[in-house]
Structure formats: C-alpha cells, structure tokens
Design a protein around this ligand. Sequence first.
Ligand code: GLN
Length: 285
Amino acid sequence: MSDRPGAARGPGPASIGEWLQHARSAGLARLDAQVLLAHHLGRPRAWLLAHDDDALPPGLAEPLEVDLARRTAGVPLAHLVGSREFHGLALNVSADVLVPRPETELLVDWALELAPHAPLPRLVDLGTGSGAIALAFKHRAPAFDVVATDLSGPALAVARENGRRLDLPVTWLAGSWWQPLAGQRFGLAVSNPPYVADGDPHLPSLEHEPGLALVGGPDGLDALRCIVATAGAHLAAGGWLLLEHGFDQAHAVAALLRAAGFVDTGTRADLAGSPRVTGGRWPVG
Ligand code: GLN
C-alpha cells in the first residue's frame, strides 16, 4: 500500500487494483468486491479489468470503507448496491424484501414449463416480496394475466416500482396469501413463502432480511399449510400450485398437498441438489 505524501486521510488504497486487494484482505469475496466498487464508480464491472492502475476518484475512499464494513458485517450485497439480478431482470431490492435467490429461478422455470398446459392463462404469486417471481414470469409469458399479493405494504411498494420500471404489467394486491383474491381462480399459483423454522441456527445470518419473509413457525410450515388449505378455492380444475420450501420439507409439503386433495404431486431439486420446489395439480372433475 502506498502512502502518498499530502493525502488527506493517510495511507489507503490509491488505485482501483489496490482497493480490490484491500477489500479481499478484509474478507470480501472477489465478486462482491468488484460489484461494490463498480457500483460506487458508476461503471460496469468489466470496466474495472482495464483500469486496475487508475487512481480511486477523490471522495470515494470513505463511502467505500463504510460499505466494506457493512458487507463484512453481513449486510447483503444487494442492499448495498440496491439491486439484484433474477431470471435476467435487474430488480430493485431494499431491507423490506427478501433478496431474490438463484434457487427461486427454478420455481419460475417450472411455472413457465406448465404455462402452455394451464387451464387458464392466469398466474398468482403469493407473498411476492420484490415481485421477482411474478415479474420474471410475466416477462417470459406476456399473454398471462399475472396477479401478486403481499401482506407487507413496503414490500408491495418495491414490487410495484419494479413492475413500473421494467414495464411489466402485474396486478399488485395487499393482503395475506389468498385473502385479497375472493372469487378469483387461476391456472397457476406459485409462492416462495417464509419456511425457516423459529430458532433455526442459520437465522442469525439472515438478520438483515425481513423476518416476515423468512420465518414460518415452529416447523417452518405455517405459511405453507395456510396456502395449501385454501388453494382449492382459487385454482381452476387442472390448475397447478408450486411451492418453494426448505431442503428437508419436500415430504411434508407433498403430504399437505395430497391431504388437501391435490394429485400428481412432484418435487424438483435446485442446482445444489436440494429438493426445493414441490407442486401438485388440482383435480379435474
Ligand atoms: N432460501 C432462504 C434461505 O434459507 C429462505 C427463503 C424463505 O424462507 N422463503 O436463505
């Protein structure tokens, strides 16, 4: 590290390359360091590669140091840069919503596969958060009427703004699960509800995201039970319900679906090999 004479704040990383090295030494993953620096510079990440020796612009060292400390304290990168890519869409996120996870793209892909076979071209996303699932689906299946609900007003504001900015028309409704949908039926219903059990040892690492989006009661299944219980009143005959869940909940979710009258239940694994989404079909006749 060079100590440039006359530098107001003493020694510190002076160039792009030195800052990246500094962030790595502080414990940041290479990609996180690059994304954070590119965000502060207002440049694409690829730009950094060709500008390793460029001086850090004056005034950036301090805000970068603040974000570096927040990131090493566990604040999600998506909160620091304000956005996260999901299924090819750049979504704004805030502390009011769950950061969209790559494994949830599986739920979107499955819904897109079923779309041509759905008895009605209508999809509902229950507990939409940032709007990730609803927007990714609408982007790829524009002929579908897409509706999304969320109990959280601040989350719904994030989702609505994402829809407006991406120019994807989705109907956003405030309320718990199916509650704002009296009398409405759908060909496809999807949800990534809170499914982490109270007291789960990995909850502390999720402390920067809303508990409402994460914690699902003593066994993590409270929200899943609630969604399955009234699903039949809102699905067209032959319609599908697809639910994301924890790595060890596939059997429980399939059992809930069968007990409620669903048929053709099945589970798909995420890229890490964990059973992640379980679905079933509301019977015809
Ligand atoms: N997949 C998230 C996690 O365990 C939980 C998301 C959820 O509860 N829907 O980090």
